[in-house]
Design a protein around this ligand. Sequence first.
Ligand code: N01
Length: 538
Amino acid sequence: MASATQSFDAVVIGAGFSGMHMLKSLRDKLGLKARVYEAGETVGGTWYWNRYPGARCDSDSYIYCFTWDKQLLQEWNWSERYPEQPEILRYLERVAERHDLKRDMQFNTRVTGAEFDEDTNLWRVRTDKGEEVSARYLITAVGTLSATNIPPLEGLERFKGRWYHTSQFPRGGVDFTGKRVAVVGTGATGVQAIPVIAQQAKQLTVFQRTANYCVPARNGKVDPEVVEARKANYDDIVKRIRESPFGQEHWPMPKSALETSPEEREREFDRMWDKGGFAFWLGNYQDMLSDQEANELCAEYLKRKIRGTVKDPAVAERLTPKGYAYGTKRQPLDTNYFETFNKDNVLLVDAKTDGAIEEITESGIRAGGKEHEFDIIVFATGFDAMTGPLKALNIKGRGGRALADQWADGPHTYLGVAVAGFPNLFTITGPQSPSVLTNMPVAIEQHVEWITGCIDAMRRSGKTTIEATPEAQDGWVAHVNDAAGQTLMTTANSWYMGANIPGKPRVFLPYLGPEGIGGYRKKCDEIAAKGYEGFELA
Ligand code: N01
């Protein structure tokens, strides 16, 4: 191998929330020489790439930010309850500027491979710009939903119109005015994009494979008094969300849906529905995600809402979820999603009743034996979640063993942040950590703080490598599977289970342990306090 031209203490891959915070900590807390590589042309990560119409965060804006920049928490004014994609990008640019992060970031550069050199105990990292650098620590900050899933549909190359995936939308947007548009996919992204595209397009056809349980976002301006009160109490809020199960101000009700009277249950469902956002999903009865009968009570309430909103009963029926438990797929938040199907220019093609997509033709999409013509097709078909972005990095650990091979039957990690056989590799919000089941900045900060503490401890004690033991890793994998197995989450064909990608192993990808991110934080801190139990330091 050619010798590395530059050496760093740490290489960080990705300049979204994770990479930005990681750089700040490594450089400004620990005084390390760090380099961030980023494929995009600026900071932002997911918020740089996902610029589809209606793209907005589903977490409330006052908790969708860095908690360590206390001054900015006071100065920044979010325009609405949920931040829109361009606003989050502006926020992240501001953070980058305030902390002078870009000087250690290299943009328009994709990491194409990284190998652990057992002679020097250093990582050698290659980029698509032909560089090779070395680093003691390799930290992935590549996000969990960043490997685009373009379905392998026959004939896409024949299509004469234009097509886009929501996660790779053109800068400056797409003008749908007067166009016949198809949207394929009705996950959280499709649910956000469909009502916005329907306002512009001449004709919108939605291709649904699985109907979704949606809950209203209830976006809007936030009362200035509420904003002020939050700013005055940020320390308390931050403490609460860090200790909470989902990094949100939502806690499951310590009650069973089955032991509550129908009248009280209806009142509680109405309260959560009216509150909007993730209240219905994350603040529901404690047995909602573990007991089929309790779950059905919640699901039935949401199904009634669909029937009450969609005017054509046949369309309402097709939009009503069937065959899987509520909450086992990611909760989409909607703004006029079901109402959109009352519009004259919107058509639903449901795979189960109208027939699945068979092929893409020169002029459109053939489904259920019928051809539909389009000028534009938008794929809102999601991602090869969690493992996809890491496997794509071409990382090789001890003995030249590829991470992608080691994970052929699903991820194997310790705490979702380390992998046996891959010394000094840290995976921020990696599979088998709470990550996507959490308000992401909270999960990211927990990992970044823990990694920073770990590197600091290693340097103080003169250690140069840290590596998860295979035994600790096996124990963690078993624990992750056991925790998921106690819920209904493993019963759905969700991306949490890898079920959206043909051939992907069916494994529950994130960690859903007791007390969520709060409990996981305690566990990680205990492991550190015990001298990094389950790791070997050399
Ligand atoms: O992707 P998805 P997404 N033929 O995988 C369908 C986050 N997010 O981009 O359900 C036809 O959920 C697929 O059908 P099915 C959030 O975590 C965050 O919507 O697999 N259809 C489904 O309907 C979210 O969960 C925010 O049967 C096909 C859709 O495409 C995650 O991103 C906002 C198909 C894909 O849904 C992913 O959401 C938006 C095929 N071959 C999203 N393949 C925030 O608030 C797939 N589908 C931060």
